[in-house]
Design a binder for this molecule. Sequence first.
Ligand SMILES: C[S@@+](CC[C@H](N)C(=O)[O-])C[C@H]1O[C@@H](n2cnc3c(N)ncnc32)[C@H](O)[C@@H]1O
Length: 301
Amino acid sequence: MSEKTASSTPPTPPAPESRVPAADRPGDATAGRPSHAADRPDAAAARPSQAAEVPGARRGSRMFADGTGPSPDPAGSHFERRIRSFQPRRSRVTTGQADALRRLWPQWGLDIDGQRVLDLDAMFGGLPVVLEIGFGMGEATARMAAADPSTGILAVDVHTPGQGNLLALAERGGLTNVRVANGDAIILLREMLPPAALAGVRVYFPDPWPKKRHHKRRLIQPEFLSLVAPRMRPGAVLHCATDWEPYAEQMLQVLTAHPDFVNTAPDGGYAPRPGFRPLTRFEGQGLEKGHVVHDLLFARA
Ligand SMILES: C[S@@+](CC[C@H](N)C(=O)[O-])C[C@H]1O[C@@H](n2cnc3c(N)ncnc32)[C@H](O)[C@@H]1O
């Protein structure tokens, strides 16, 4: 099945940023409080102010009244009984983000609707494709895409402002090797990616879910590894990073125990931080608090 392909014409820069009303759709997976802040074990959660709607938005449908933009719940997954790795949160978008979503979504965005199998070759013009799960505001994603135009990045998050931000950054950088996927990465992996499609997977600073009763929400679990492994080519690397020590220990344990992955670190422990991974927003917050960051690089057996 053919998907959107890269444009050779660099798009025009977006309008300057300023705070505007935000999208807050009923039943939206992104409605609620921000998971970044909520999950920080040692940070005061940033309380979003009352959100309004993006002008022209239509409730229960796509973001914009003309039927474009990301969909609030593309796979209808609110009706699926399943533990999720993300916290529903309110989506405040800036004018710049809304503008990017309005103009660029049709070409560079895709909803994770669980209804079709993606043709990554067609989407990325034959480039090897790395999946990044949870790109947040997308600064690190844009930097990696700019640094390595020979790799495609399929960047997934549920966070609407981040999607708009990454689209704007990609446009500003003239990047044609990034696609922004809206929705739950689990559904993308389960329903929309063919076997051995991925040249790598990146999970940088996934929500740490520090409370014991929330540990089941952590993304890196044996079931996740069994889901992602068949979508990776042999030798493709799953690269995780976290600043939350107990989660790093859990990652090392479950990855080491999984038969489909082999630790690339010779001593079987954490790996040195690879030069291609930029500092991420969440990582910066952790470092300011004195946290130690661990990288884990495991190859698909
Ligand atoms: C703690 S933030 C880290 C963001 C970024 N990687 C960074 O380091 O700044 C984790 C992100 O993962 C996203 N996320 C969590 N579970 C997800 C899932 N199943 N599918 C897509 N995104 C997910 C959240 O929405 C959030 O933006």
